[in-house]
Design a protein around this ligand. Structure first.
Ligand SMILES: [Zn+2]
Length: 179
């Protein structure tokens, strides 16, 4: 499944709320997980495969140390158990963002070759509706909190390059023009 690249208008769309999880949506989620794994990414949102619906996948299990804690549905999950919950697949996410902000390097499978530090809240409390109709309540930090915010941004047509500081933006603009 090809990943849509920077410049495609679908990346700027405010994606539609998913009212019903059809077989099509489930099949799309499966293909997105494959595409994410093939590209060795930590997340992928539906608009990145050309579909403007509020669906995303995230997988940070390659590195349990990328977070310091994980709470799911009120239960503390050990970092060793974290991989049991990956890949995360969610629709219509609702996020509560908690301070302090942290600057960390980010990239995007739709903006190849560009990486830059992005300042974001370091802790997220997320309500992540699942494909089976249940709702996962997740609280975490580190790369997982960052990836969930990055993918949720995609569902609103926002890219990480929109969140750069002025100086970084100048540096990145030349690379973006080439794309
Ligand atoms: Zn991205």
């Amino acid at each position: 499944m090809p990943i849509v690249q920077y410049g495609d208008p679908v990346l700027r769309k405010k994606c539609k709320v998913i009212k019903e999880v059809s077989e099509e949506v489930k099949a799309l989620a499966e293909r997105m997980i494959e595409a994410m794994n093939d590209a060795e990414g930590v997340g992928l949102a539906a608009p990145q495969v050309g579909v403007d619906i509020r669906l995303a996948v995230v997988d940070v299990s390659h590195d349990p140390e990328c977070i310091s804690f994980l709470k799911i549905n009120g239960k503390n999950i050990s970092l060793e158990e974290m991989e049991n919950y990956m890949p995360l697949v969610f629709i219509n996410p609702e996020l509560e963002l908690l301070k302090p902000d942290l600057s960390e390097k980010e990239g995007c499978l739709s903006i190849q070759g560009v990486q830059a530090k992005v300042k974001r809240p370091s802790v997220v409390k997320a309500k992540l509706p699942q494909l089976d109709g249940s709702i996962m309540e997740l609280e975490s930090d580190g790369l997982l909190a960052r990836a969930i915010q990055h993918e949720t941004d995609h569902l609103n047509g926002v890219l990480f390059i929109d969140r750069l500081g002025a100086a970084t933006k100048v540096r990145v603009n030349a690379a973006l023009k080439r794309l």
